[in-house]
Design a protein. Structure first.
Length: 75
């Protein structure tokens, strides 16, 4: 099973990007998406950005994940 976490592109160099999720940064390939830009949110799988995602949907998904973690930590 794979959990897709929306990630924001914060740096780009040709076909590679640095993505950020809540302060955690990683590199990924941009070869599978069209016209990536800094500030775009993407879904990353196995080191490749595979889909762009709307910013509002990305932020909503991230908030839901944070809420789930908070509930688990409170149990």
């Amino acid at each position: 099973m794979c959990l897709a976490i929306p990630s924001k592109i914060v740096e780009m160099d040709d076909s590679k990007a640095v993505i950020d999720v809540d302060g955690v940064r990683r590199e990924c390939s941009l070869l599978m998406i069209e016209d990536p830009k800094i500030g775009d949110y993407v879904i990353v799988h196995a080191g490749f950005a595979i889909q762009k995602i709307d910013e509002s949907a990305a932020l909503e998904s991230l908030q839901i994940m944070k809420d789930m973690v908070a509930q688990l930590e409170g149990s």
